[in-house]
Ligand binder design. Sequence first.
Ligand SMILES: [Fe+2]
Length: 612
Amino acid sequence: MRILGISAYYHDAAAAVIVDGNVVAAAQEERFTRIKHDPEFPVNAVRYCLEEAGISGNELDFVAFYDKPFLKFERLLETYLAFAPRGFTSFRQAMPLWIKDKLFQKDGLIKELATCLGNGADWGAKLVFSEHHLSHAASAFFPSPFERAAVLTMDGVGEWTTTSLAMGAGADLKVLREIHFPHSLGLLYSAFTYYTGFKVNSGEYKVMGLAPYGEPRFADLIRSHLIDVKDDGSFRLNLDYFDYCTGLRMTNGKFDELFGGPARQPESPLTQREMDLAASVQQVTEEVVLRLARGVARETGERNLCLAGGVALNCVANGKLVREGVFDNIWLQPAAGDAGGALGAALAANYLYKGAPRARVNGHDAMRGSYLGPRYRQEDVEQRLKAAGARYRVLEPDELLESCARALAEGKAVGWHQGRMEFGPRALGGRSILGDPRSPTMQRLLNLKVKYRESFRPFAPSVLREDVADWFELDVDSPYMLLVADVVTGRRIAMTSEQQQLFGIEKLNVPRSSIPAVTHVDYSARVQTVHRDTNPRYHALITRFKELTGCPVLVNTSFNVRGEPIVCTPEDSFRCFMGTDIDLLAVENCLLEKTTQDSALKHRYEGAFALD
Ligand SMILES: [Fe+2]
């Protein structure tokens, strides 16, 4: 059974291929087109996935789309009618777009498939539609290491559903309860993302990163005016304060009044107020997630929980779920956002539509470390680098590790392009920029000279799975960097009272632990555990770094500059290397030093990407 899954037309288009229930390949379209969150039909991702699986379009049994366009249209129509005439302007503006692009999505999809894969197949007969939250739930349960589990999905909005509770057992997955639009935890978070001056659908993680600087002094206001949460975690929003049903913005004048002023202008200086707003919405979100999870545990009696949907990318809330022990085991789909819907749709078609038996669950998840994207063979890498004008040396694998580990220990920034590209929003040691977390200047250096941003967020640590409990208050697998945990007490450095008076990012420049580059102001860190079996080369690099320094932790940030999708090809990596102050680049067995490169090839990034 060969199934292609597709998500497209909203944000983060992606494709995935499964063969007999095994996840073979998955990738986001943005990595190929170099357009961040590219929503267009994922031509390149589809072609790549089929090539990786070694099958032609004709050999596909099904093509599964991740949501139902007609349901979405119905939601839009009903929402606008319910709020008319207030929403007439945005109704009129949105309608032609929806009629053109959404209503005829099935015809459009068939055409796109024919253009992309040829006319040889009856695409209309192969095409099946999953539902948005069912796609998320399937992506969370079927690849999980569990035979049975409760499944919770939370995001902005699918067709109608914003939150769903499902039960997975073997090859079966049943939705038990749903919360419908416009009541949405994702949209509540997005409203504050907009209000604090960040981009909706991409700036949410910045709000999460800003929260530790603030006091949740607005949390009571949110609880008493914006959201009504029941004991089981189900909730309703008070729509008097929001404008997303009818307007073209998230919040309205009443919202401004409640929080004492208008939204912050994007890119203007951050003040304590935004930090307090972030802390407040983060606190309320964590409460709702915990309450939902407790409700799910009570209702299902299950001890395993799977999570997906954009809200599952809130690693701080996830970390709390683990610490509170609401479930014995938690598994998070690494592509928790809509890109993962492509994989979920394919899995839903395989198990729920075709009734295939569940692939064996052997204690490991089926995501292959989320290394599901393109890999470039050594000869291919050499050819591509040569054509790009790069100067490199080809080393034995051991020599390459030694050179990189030593450079890292000397405080250098290393570009690390190895094996298959990651599926999902995080770089996990396939396309990463690495650094020494012990350095008190690394956070600043990487932000200003490599990523071209002033960030109030520290970087994330990669730590050997064997050593995680010695460094962080965490002793479970976190291979997808989706759990936040504190640095252990013994490695923390307390702030003096003078330092505590510092404002915002100044505070971040005061070392909080012996690994300051990855420690937030509240001692928290977004941890990735590195496992020998899923990424042996990355594991070996950190092991060598530990032998040299005593520290089994590296700074791991995505291989890109601000606003750019993560690099995919060797050429992308070389370009980013030449456009930043990365000192050393390892692409498979090729090692590139900055000092020996042709300076005429220096790449200028200014204005190349819109700010995220
Ligand atoms: Fe979604």
